[in-house]
Design a protein around this ligand. Structure first.
Ligand SMILES: [Zn+2]
Length: 317
């Protein structure tokens, strides 16, 4: 808790951004939103950044709320309406929103539709064999990569609304500085975990960029996309890894059913080892709108605090 307060103070603006997002996720009344650009974003992390950078000139509508899995998400009729009424559509791309790809293609013909990951140099993207020719889409776990997304959002807004460009650029500059602080915070927290304990086991393979940037070994029960179900062999492989390496904490994710990771925990116990569920991580969705975890900076902070405290506690047993 103390850590959370500390990062809060460092990032004074974050809370107001999160509250703003909470408000703007709801449909606003006509007079309030008059004159503002209508922005629609898929995952919460994009909606948050668009809210921070767009400031008072945008109304942001996020399609996927807390606990929603983007890999499996299908647009509802009201989403299609929101997309049709949008001035700008932001999505992650890299096949994250797998079932909405066609829709974005169609929308791209008639309105500004931007994959926020498009300016990340290809050399920085992972191409896991198991993900059938696609890059790993979970780039937001490396804060330095998510800065490209923030840049893309700022650029798109500034090009479309040049009158407000100075404001967008100023908001972006402030936010990028906050992301640098966040990145430094994650590095600082990781230093507290002895290197042999830096192993992160989660419900699906969302944490490869995290592992690469912050020096963690990562393993997920399900693959890069939750579209592929975990099989018995996947469970058994992970059970063996945990028992062999004497790993003491594994993690559930807010957007993936808990039953899979519980099956691993039971399998481990059957082999005479005990592994704790170290807490819930926000992987592909953020926390509740208006809460600290309902912002990108808040979710990253929550994740690293949860991981570090679970691994440290388990190390003292
Ligand atoms: Zn995912």
């Amino acid at each position: 808790m103390k850590q959370k307060t500390r990062i809060f103070e460092k990032l004074g603006l974050v809370l107001s951004a999160a509250i703003l997002l909470g408000c703007s996720n709801k449909q606003e009344s006509g007079s309030e939103s008059a004159g503002r650009a209508k922005v629609v974003a898929t995952i919460g992390m994009i909606a948050d950044v668009a809210t921070v950078i767009g400031g008072e000139h945008v109304t942001v509508h996020g399609l996927m709320g807390p606990g929603v899995d983007p890999h499996l998400y299908k647009a509802t009729p009201s989403d299609v309406q929101a997309l049709q009424a949008a001035d700008i559509i932001f999505y992650n791309g890299l096949h994250l929103e797998a079932k909405m790809g066609e829709l974005f293609e169609k929308m791209g013909q008639v309105r500004t539709t931007v994959a926020v990951t498009k300016s990340i140099p290809e050399s920085l993207l992972f191409s896991p064999e198991a993900f059938a020719g696609h890059h790993d889409p979970h780039v937001w776990f490396d804060v330095t990569l998510w800065k490209y997304a923030a840049g893309e959002i700022a650029r798109t807004l500034a090009e479309k609304y040049p009158d407000h460009a100075p404001e967008f650029n100023q908001n972006a500059a402030t936010y990028l500085t906050q992301l640098d602080t966040l990145h430094a915070y994650v590095l600082e927290q990781i230093e507290r975990v002895p290197s042999e304990q830096r192993i992160l086991i989660t419900a699906h393979d969302a944490f490869n960029y995290f592992g690469h940037r912050y020096g963690f070994e990562v393993a997920g029960l399900q693959g890069i996309s939750t579209q592929a179900e975990a099989g018995t062999k996947d469970v058994q492989d992970l059970v063996n890894l945990i028992v062999d390496r004497e790993i003491r904490a594994i993690f559930v994710e807010s957007s993936v059913p808990v039953k899979n990771i519980k099956a691993v925990q039971e399998g481990v116990r059957a082999k005479g080892w005990n592994v704790e569920v170290g807490g819930e991580l926000f992987s592909d969705a953020m926390g509740d709108a208006g809460s600290f975890e309902g912002s990108y900076i808040g979710m990253v902070t929550h994740n690293i605090d949860t991981i570090v405290s679970a691994l440290l506690e388990s190390g003292h047993d």
